[in-house]
Design a protein around this ligand. Structure first.
Ligand SMILES: NC(=O)c1ccc[n+]([C@@H]2O[C@H](COP(=O)([O-])OP(=O)(O)OC[C@H]3O[C@@H](n4cnc5c(N)ncnc54)[C@H](O)[C@@H]3O)[C@@H](O)[C@H]2O)c1
Length: 288
């Protein structure tokens, strides 16, 4: 007879054990082995993650730091009594996972080596994955070397719902990004449309401003249509997203606080990386 919930809860731990055969490749098991972490790119995102680590709240040990700017790597490492490395390869023997928070070019140049070393990676510069061949190459490497590639939701709000929606047929994906002119390194007193077109073209012109469009394109398996606007009246990084498909419609509107040291980057992007790092050690996972 089926046990009632109260009866089940009253069992001692050992009585409540079922005879599951555990696969060594279960995701949860892999993730719980992630404890030592290194970071490539010691700018705005790294600063927020590292400040969190310094308070002992990251759930993993962030210990290794690499940046093409040696001073930045040393400065960041000092916050957690960590190690700055001049060559990123020098961290690979000591970490389980490498966070990339540098640039799309760094993903292309460095991440294949990290995967070949059998290490997990968390990629922030999603623009690099707009090249389908390169994305497939990284996925194949990860499979071959038994590692995982994590793409945090970053500044994209609604990723979970959109990911679920992608089980069905997606018909249309578009987004409007609106940021201050200084985020694009320009000066203007009026609203100016900088780009309108396909995400894959936008990524060429705005490689570090287009992560949300890249995330949308990857998750939907369909090119997002993108409009990028420099707007002197906005103080936030704003993203309006519309996805429609057989599930219905999703519309999200986000006003993201920009990071102090890099106004192109939203605070939420760094927070999403922190949340994902914390989740490795948590047994309850929420969200798709
Ligand atoms: N996924 C998202 O939603 C999202 C949101 C914001 C930013 N990002 C991306 O994350 C990345 C980091 O953002 P950030 O705001 O911290 O940038 P940042 O410019 O503040 O810092 C980047 C750091 O990486 C270093 N760097 C660049 N290329 C490197 C290389 N090849 N090797 C070693 N170091 C290198 C730079 O010297 C700099 O210190 C950017 O590519 C950005 O576009 C993603």
């Amino acid at each position: 007879m089926k046990k009632g919930i109260d009866e089940f809860l009253s069992l001692e731990d050992d009585q409540a054990t079922f005879n599951f055969i555990k696969s060594p490749h279960l995701t949860a098991e892999l993730e719980q082995t992630i404890s030592k972490v290194g970071i490539i790119g010691c700018g705005a995102i790294a600063e927020i993650i590292t400040n969190f680590a310094a308070k002992g709240k990251l759930g993993v040990e962030l210990q290794y730091f690499h940046d093409q700017n040696w001073t930045k790597a040393k400065h960041m490492a000092a916050k957690v009594n960590g190690v700055a490395v001049k060559n990123f390869k020098d961290m690979l023997n000591y970490v389980d996972l490498v966070v990339e928070a540098a640039s799309p070019q760094a993903v292309v140049d460095l991440i294949p080596t990290v995967l070949k070393a059998g290490k997990h990676v968390m990629i922030m510069s999603l623009g690099a994955l707009m090249d389908i061949n390169f994305k497939d190459y990284l996925e194949n490497l990860a499979q071959k070397h038994d590692s995982h590639i994590y793409l945090p939701s970053g500044a994209l709000v609604g990723l979970d719902g959109i990911r679920s929606a992608s089980i069905g047929k997606i018909k249309e994906v578009y987004m409007i990004t609106r940021k201050s002119p200084s985020s694009f390194g320009i000066k203007t007193n009026q609203e100016t449309v900088l780009f309108e077109g396909k995400a894959s073209d936008a990524v060429v012109k705005f490689p570090t401003n287009i992560n949300v469009a890249a995330a949308l394109t990857i998750v939907c398996g369909m090119e997002a249509k993108v409009k990028i606007i420099a707007d002197p009246s906005v103080k936030f990084n704003c993203h309006d997203i519309h996805v429609s498909g057989d599930f219905g419609d999703i519309k999200t509107s986000t006003r993201n606080q920009a990071c102090d040291i890099n106004t192109k980057t939203s605070l939420l992007a760094a927070y999403s990386a922190i949340k994902l790092l914390q989740s490795f050690k948590q047994n309850l996972k929420i969200g798709t």
